[in-house]
Design a protein around this ligand. Structure first.
Ligand SMILES: [Mg+2]
Length: 299
């Protein structure tokens, strides 16, 4: 019997036990009035546990598929020559210890494919809170992450500071910070070990260069959020920007991806590296009509 079958058996047994107990709790509500409140409370608790057991049943298969898909995707990037990888977590504070375990399993699955001699960045996209992050960080140290990204909401600068000053995993952030004053606060508090502004959001090249200068004076590297030409040019022109992010092109889903369909000229990575063409003027982008027929242009 494999572990998946064992898990299924445990869940089936658990559900049967819960069904029996629920029957008993219902019977209790029919008994004397004094016992009714206890019966109602028990039913609520048992229904909650039953829901949890049913969820567990589904997630055994879902979890296996998720991990397999994730590993396949990671493997494709290894084959393309990338040596640095970023993963996202799927669970947060509302998912309790079970969710923590699943987050760890995701990290294990990625490390298994990318090996130990690669950089692994971990992305929370503000989905955690301070308490959850403080509990997760010691569990994640064994994966030797290069950084933990946006573990708490962007405005919780003191939360960032507390996590970064644990000195266990370097904390990164800044893609939801909008001018140099916010970055000054982050740097003053030693709240981040990596800055990840987005040129689109901080006020363009002039503002971004000011942030670069402040960050360099604090010896905090800048790795702009996402790739794309408006960020690549800043990376290429600053010694304090050691690497670039690259997002694989996705189908249009929510509109953020429109960038890929309106402009052309973004470099394609080769063996994990991007190169910019010195002979192209400006950003090196041109507007394309290639996907024009896919959109309904109203003005
Ligand atoms: Mg991010």
């Amino acid at each position: 019997m494999n572990s998946s079958d064992e898990e299924k058996n445990i869940v089936t047994q658990l559900k049967a036990e819960l069904a029996e107990k629920t029957k008993w709790a219902f019977a209790l509500t029919d008994a004397v009035e004094a016992q009714k409140e206890t019966g109602d409370k028990l039913i609520f608790e048992l229904e909650e546990r039953t829901k949890w057991a049913q969820g567990l049943d589904q997630t055994v298969e879902e979890k296996n598929k998720l991990i397999k898909d994730l590993q396949k995707e990671a493997e494709s990037y290894v084959k393309q020559g990338f040596k640095m990888f970023k993963m996202r977590f799927g669970w947060g504070p509302k998912d309790g210890p079970d969710g923590m375990k699943k987050n760890i399993e995701l990290a294990e699955a990625v490390r298994e494919v990318i090996g130990e001699d690669t950089d692994l960045m971990m992305e929370c996209y503000m989905g955690w809170n301070l308490d959850y992050a403080k509990r997760m960080i010691p569990k994640l140290m064994k994966f030797n992450p290069r950084w933990l990204e946006e573990p708490v909401i962007a405005d919780d600068i003191h939360g960032y500071a507390e996590l970064n000053n644990m000195n266990m995993i370097p904390i990164s952030g800044g893609e939801h910070e909008f001018n140099m004053f916010g970055f000054k606060q982050l740097l003053d508090l030693k709240a981040v070990s990596y800055i990840q502004y987005d040129n689109n959001r901080v006020g363009g090249f002039t503002a971004a260069q000011k942030i670069n200068a402040i960050a360099e004076a604090h010896q905090v590297p800048v790795i702009p959020h996402a790739g794309q030409m408006h960020n690549y040019h800043l990376t290429m022109s600053n010694f304090n920007c050691p690497i670039s992010e690259f997002f694989p092109v996705n189908d249009v889903e929510i509109g953020n991806e429109l960038f890929y369909y309106i402009f052309e000229g973004d470099p394609t990575p080769e063996n994990g590296f991007i190169n910019l063409d010195d002979n192209k003027p400006g950003l090196g982008l041109t507007i394309t009509d290639k996907y024009k027929s896919d959109f309904n242009i109203i003005e």
